[in-house]
Design a protein around this ligand. Sequence first.
Ligand code: MCA
Ligand code: AMP
Length: 497
Amino acid sequence: MNLLFDTLTGFGAAGAPFLERPDGSVIRYGDLDGLTGQWANALAGLGVQPGDRVAVQVEKSPENLILYLATVRIGAVFLPLNTAYTLVELEYFIGDAEPALIVCDPAVEGGVAKLGKTTTLDAKGQGSLASLAASASEAFETVERSPEDLAAICYTSGTTGRSKGAMLTHGNLTANALTLVKLWEFTGADVLIHALPIYHVHGLFVATNVIMAAGASVIFRAKFDAAEVLELMPRATALMGVPTFYTRLLDQAGLTPEATKGIRLFISGSAPLLAETHREFEARTGQVILERYGMTETGMNTSNPYDGARVAGTVGPALPDVALRISDAESGAPMAAGEIGMIEVQGPNVFAGYWRMPEKTAAEFKPGGWFITGDLGKIDEAGYVHIVGRGKDLIISGGLNVYPKEVEAEIDALPGVVESAVIGLAHPDLGEGVTAVIATGGKGNLTEEAVLAALSERLARFKQPRRVLFVDDLPRNAMGKVQKALLRETHAGLYRG
Ligand code: MCA
Ligand code: AMP
């Protein structure tokens, strides 16, 4: 058997819809054997072997999802990459993962081909790989995979140094999908509005795997558009999104109890949902958003209950098969109930380690398979987890992670910069807005425009600062450490109207 592939394709009835395309045409569960067989044959024809990495940086399309399923079916390792990454960023991932094949957009193949063997797929699902698949046989003997075999590598940035590839196994992804299907009560009757990107865990594994493991279906859209999602609601039963989805929906005059009455479950995650957004959404629609908490390395860890109180400002109890504890962030000692410390998790969802980084893996695990999340939180009397901050220096903008270090390194390399501090400030649309504070030592004539122009070739757009501020010197504490908390306080109102 192939654990993940069989789980994803084994529940939907042959005639049941799996995916509705924007043009209204439908891929049914019964089509998947032949379709993924063709794509698996195309990959095999390009030399992909079980265990090989297949790096994929392409726009969201149904074919991109079929490619994911075919990669799993052939026993290879799916490696999705944010479409916003620049060639400079891509070079690192490809060098680190050494994929046997890179699937990219035809428009950038010229540059990407310098990094490895390429084939193409565009936003319309066309390209050299799609052509190979179209003429390939539908018959393919699925490669056997067991729980410990790798299914995917997802890169996650590090607080120090470069991005790390989180190795996710068939066992990790299958266990998490099955747990969530049960907890969130997904059945074959469900229809999810799928408007998240599929280069990250949220849209690829939480949304897609859960739907498939329930034999349910998706209305598939290339990106999130609040007005369009609102229009689709009468035909759907569920929505998964980042907090920005919900703040943007609240800006829609048409968001009413009537417009949302067919939806049985609104789920939010990837970044903190403001208690205010949670309450406002309930006041406008009568619907209580279910917030859950996860990570690339672990999939989902906690969730507010389906039946029971969904409490604003909390991420709910640990999932039934996940153990969660709070430890002292410095000493690692266990904390008493209700005290704030480092969140650690253990369970079948927890990844197999960082790709080719045994030291980093060892540093982030404790004996017994406890993974140190880097998030600070507490567990209340009811067993609900509250995330109160981050032990890691991380900004989450519109659900996408930005590690200040990476942005600071690029800024510090610019002429005229003495040093920089990159911070996240409250932003009404994105949750946190990436903001650069640059120390010039009182000299130089750097401008915001010049800094942004210099960064545009080197960093993905979502990592580029929304604003650049200049100071003579950065504030430091007695230990000589830059006081980011003070900078955040000083500039707290920058994005508030
Ligand atoms: C787009 N831009 C962004 C972001 N997205 N800038 C900062 N942060 C972002 N997240 C840029 C665009 O390139 C554009 O640049 C400008 O901002 C305005 O774009 P806009 O049209 O407003 O953006 P959008 O295309 O509507 O996208 C916003 C979005 C999207 C809908 C919030 O970013 C999104 O779908 N985010 C979800 C990310 C996600 O799936 N995260 C899950 C990670 P310009 O100004 O040049 O035009 S997985 C995870 O965290 C764990 C496992 C978990 O718990 O789920
Ligand atoms: P990523 O590395 O992209 O998977 O991001 C994972 C991080 O997102 C976690 O470590 C948390 O800091 C954050 N996160 C995810 N879900 C939530 C949530 N519901 N509330 C607060 N933070 C969250």
